[in-house]
Each structure stands twice: as structure tokens, then as C-alpha cells.
Design a protein around this ligand. Structure first.
Ligand code: BG6
Length: 487
């Protein structure tokens, strides 16, 4: 991907965790690869507690370098990357400092990108301060999740930012949309004639989408305790994956065609009836347990977590889509921390054949199933039935595997790298549009409200398991179970 789009990339929260782990390493990778970033492009890091550029570069060397390039750092590329970095000492609470920022970027080249890697409470003050010195004109703004806490607070941020930046200037990040396998899902569905005719209620019995993590809340107990898994993972990543799995074929891959189709899915989600919540939603919280041989503590004892917290670290949901293609097909979503394995995957369970001439063993062997493993080890696995060798007609379930790293040995790109390049090059398709975000909040809010009103604690589960038993019971009612295979 060659580019001549020059840019000035202003990074608010320049010494934050996200800048350290994701944003600066992704920019470095794009720089190292060559040809992806215009030579003249600059990065202006904004921070308050750093004296000047040389102190900032020292911080970058100490904190960012360990996060780049798994196979060792290319020292020459690293040294030339540092020459792209400028620094602005700005106190975000002081609007006058933005005059300094304007002066710092005045003569820098290309399109201006303002990346807000800060808490959401700073989004609106920063946008207003940028506008006060005219820096919003012809610029792009990148907003990190969480964007608000519920529909009302997300609307308040979007309204205020929308007074300063037009929708085409706003890039709302959901990093799952930048993952290679999620892109591949579009390729699988819309580049192959094979799957699309079967991708509907007549042939699909149920769909599962899982994002399971082994990690706990790490150092983010305080943030997480006010957020919970429904806001942290379902409202954004899981509903985005669901909308890509279920959307109609877009007429092209331009940003609004894709986003229009995703929006139609989000708007077609069957609203959750508060009286049914016990049947279609399970929430859990991890207790202590063992993961890969190591004892791990309970959520309740993690630093930053309030005493007797009822925040959920696990959610499982049964979701229905009220449209012609999917009516009656259950979509089961689940996500959780401290589960038995780190895995993100989509499982499409097809219906059994309408009549089996092959006898009882065919029925016992099960039906076709397509498993799209997003991480780790991106794979697509298609389960089929085959005759077991030997006498008689005994069928067994076998699988066809497509392991991406065997076909494509090079060229993999981290989500943040792809998304940052898209911002610099003005491609909006992989960013969440305001109406999508609103539709997602509108759908999750009754669940949040009901959980709050009921005041019941989440169901406990031991760390290192697959969550509360109720999540399995929910699927058992539909005659199915979660697919839990070894990695
Ligand atoms: C983030 C959540 O958006 O996604 C985290 O805030 C979560 O809680 C992370 O751990 C998971 O992302 P990934 O790419 O590691 O699956």
C-alpha cells in the first residue's frame, strides 16, 4: 500500500497505556514496513507531565520500544521513526495551551489527525479547545471507546463533538473491526458463491459468537468496575461482529454501503423484554480459580474494585434478528474474563439434512458446522460427514481446515496499524458511524436497566472455567451447546 498522503498525527494521551501498547507501536510498524506512511508525516505527542521532546523520546525508548516488533527491533528503523516525533506540553484543562498547540502544528504538513487516547470525559473539552483555535477545520478526529456510558451520555458526547466536527471527520474506533480475520469474514461471505445461499434461516439452525479471555481486569479495576462486560464488550465488539455475520451483501465496500447494512441488522435486533431477561441473558462474575496452572484471585479482590461489587465480568445472551433472512434463528453471544481459554470465534451450526437415507449413524454424527476462529491462530474449519472406512455405512464428523498462516506467511497487520492507516488515508468503512452506535446502545440499555433494577448479584463462576452453568443451560433449552474445543 503506497501512500503520498502526508499527515500530522496529534496524539492526546501521549504517555497513556494505549499510546504505549498500541498506537505508537502500530505507527512504528507502518513506518518500518516502508511505503505506508508519507516520509514527511509527523507525530505530535501531547502530554502534561513531560518537560520537553527529549524527555518524551526517552519515555518512548523506555516504554514503547519493548512493545514493538516481536522479533526484535530494527534499530535503524527505530532511530528514523523517532525523528518523526514532535512533542507539545499541554495541560488539557487549560484552553490557553491550545494556542501553543496551534503554533506547534502550524507549519507541519498534510492532513491533521487528532487522536484522543484519553478518558471520554475529556473528549468534549478537547474538541471545544481545538475549535477555539480553529484546529477543527479540515481535520480528522479519532475517538476511542468507551464513548459514553449509556445512550444518553453517548448522545451527549456525539452531539457536542458533532457541533465541531462533521460526521465524515469523526473516526470512532472499535479495534475488532481492524482485525484481519474480521476483514476475512467479509471476504468469506461476499467473495465466495458457496456460502451465501446457505447463510439464512432455511439452512442455519443457530449461530454462536464467543470472545473469551483468560486475562482478568489487570490494572483497570477502577474503570472496569464502573463498566462491566456488557458495556465493555457486547455493546461494541460483539454487536459489530454480529452485524457483519448477519448483514445483507453490500453493493460495494465503500464506507456507507457497509455501514448501512450493519445498521439494518442492529435496528432489526429483537428488543429484549424485561420479563424474559432471565431466559435470554446470563451475567456472571469470576471468583478465584486456576488458569494454566496458576492460581488467580477473585474479581472482588482485584485492586480498584468496590466491595460487594455487582459488576459482571461475563455475559451470555440469546439474540434474535427480526428480518426475512434470520427470523427464528437464535444467535448466542458470550464474552467473559478469566475463562478457560483465550479465543474469539464464530460458529455457524447448519441444519441436519431433511431426510437421511444413510441411517442412524448419519444422524448421530451431527450436522455441518462452520467455525471461523478469529484468534488465536486464524482458521476456518468446515465440519462435514464422511464414511468411516470399512464395511457398512458408518458416518463420522470430519473437518476441512484453512489455516491462514500456512497460506499467507507474510503481510499480517495488527488491528491498530490498519485502522491508523485508514484514518490517515481517509477511509471510514472500518469505523463506527453514530447511528450504529446509537442503535447498539438502544438495544443493550433495557438489559442494563433491568439488571440494575433487579439488584441481583451476578452468578459466580470459578476462574479457568467457561462461566456460569446458566450459560450452558440457556443453550440446552434450544437443544444445543457451546462449542468448546482445544486451541
Ligand atoms: C477492549 C476491552 O476493548 O478489548 C478489554 O476494553 C478487552 O477489556 C479487549 O480485554 C480485548 O481485545 P483483544 O483484541 O485482546 O481481544
Amino acid at each position: 500500500m503506497q501512500t503520498d498522503s502526508s499527515f500530522t498525527f496529534v496524539l492526546f494521551g501521549g504517555t497513556g497505556d494505549l499510546s504505549m501498547r498500541k498506537i505508537l507501536p502500530a505507527l512504528f510498524e507502518a513506518h518500518r514496513a516502508g511505503g505506508m506512511l508519507a516520509d514527511s508525516g509527523k507525530i505530535v505527542a501531547v502530554a502534561r507531565h513531560v518537560a520537553d521532546r527529549s524527555e518524551y523520546l526517552q519515555w518512548v525508548n523506555e516504554h514503547v520500544k519493548p512493545h514493538v516488533s516481536k522479533n526484535g527491533v530494527d534499530e535503524a528503523a527505530w532511530a528514523s521513526f523517532l525523528t518523526r516525533i514532535e512533542f507539545a506540553k499541554i495541560d488539557l484543562g487549560n484552553p490557553d495551551d491550545f494556542v501553543l498547540l496551534r503554533d506547534a502544528v502550524k507549519d507541519l504538513p498534510g492532513i491533521r489527525v487528532f487522536y484522543l487516547a484519553t478518558g471520554p470525559s475529556l473528549f468534549v473539552p478537547i474538541c471545544r479547545a481545538l475549535a477555539s483555535v480553529g484546529l477543527n477545520e479540515n481535520a480528522r478526529i479519532v475517538l476511542e471507546k468507551p464513548l459514553g456510558y449509556d445512550l444518553k451520555s453517548s448522545n451527549a458526547i456525539n452531539d457536542a463533538v458533532g457541533e465541531i466536527f462533521a460526521e465524515e471527520q469523526i473516526y470512532r474506533i472499535d479495534h475488532y473491526l481492524g482485525k484481519e480475520p474480521v476483514q476475512n469474514l467479509l471476504a468469506l461471505r461476499f467473495g465466495n458463491a458457496l456460502f451465501e445461499p446457505l447463510w439464512r434461516r432455511e439452512w442455519v439452525e443457530s449461530i454462536q459468537i464467543t470472545i473469551a479471555e483468560e486475562l482478568g481486569v489487570e490494572a483497570r479495576g477502577d474503570f472496569y468496575d464502573n463498566t462491566g462486560a456488557l458495556r465493555d464488550m457486547v455493546q461494541n465488539h460483539l454487536l459489530q461482529l454480529l452485524s457483519i455475520v448477519a448483514m445483507e451483501p453490500p453493493h460495494s465496500m465503500d464506507s456507507d454501503s457497509v455501514r448501512d447494512e450493519k445498521l439494518r441488522v442492529l435496528r432489526a435486533l429483537k428488543p429484549i423484554n424485561p420479563l424474559d431477561i432471565g431466559k435470554v441473558a446470563v451475567r456472571g462474575q469470576y471468583h478465584s480459580g486456576v488458569i494454566r496452572g496458576n492460581a488467580v484471585p477473585a474479581y472482588a479482590t482485584e485492586p480498584g474494585v468496590k466491595q460487594n461489587s455487582t459488576t459482571e465480568t461475563f455475559v451470555a445472551l440469546k439474540v434474535e434478528i427480526e428480518n426475512w433472512r434470520w427470523a427464528g434463528v437464535p444467535f448466542f453471544l458470550r464474552t467473559g474474563k478469566r475463562l478457560a481459554d483465550r479465543v474469539a470465534e464464530i460458529v455457524v451450526n447448519f441444519r441436519p439434512v431433511p431426510h437421511s437415507a444413510l441411517g442412524a449413524s448419519a444422524l448421530r454424527a451431527g450436522a455441518n458446522r462452520l467455525v471461523i476462529r478469529l484468534q488465536p491462530n486464524e482458521t476456518i474449519r468446515l465440519y462435514c460427514l464422511a464414511k468411516q472406512p470399512g464395511e457398512g455405512m458408518n458416518l463420522a464428523s470430519v473437518h476441512l481446515d484453512l489455516a491462514f498462516d500456512q497460506f499467507f506467511r507474510e503481510g499480517q497487520m495488527e488491528a491498530y496499524q490498519r485502522l491508523l492507516l485508514d484514518v490517515i488515508n481517509g477511509r471510514l468503512a472500518l469505523f463506527v458511524r453514530r447511528d450504529e452506535q446509537e442503535a447498539a446502545w438502544r438495544w443493550v440499555e433495557p438489559i442494563l436497566n433491568e439488571w440494575k433494577a433487579s439488584n441481583k448479584p451476578p452468578k459466580p463462576y470459578a476462574s479457568g472455567t467457561w462461566g456460569p452453568a446458566a450459560a450452558s443451560a440457556m443453550l440446552a433449552q434450544h437443544g444445543t451447546c457451546w462449542l468448546e474445543e482445544e486451541n
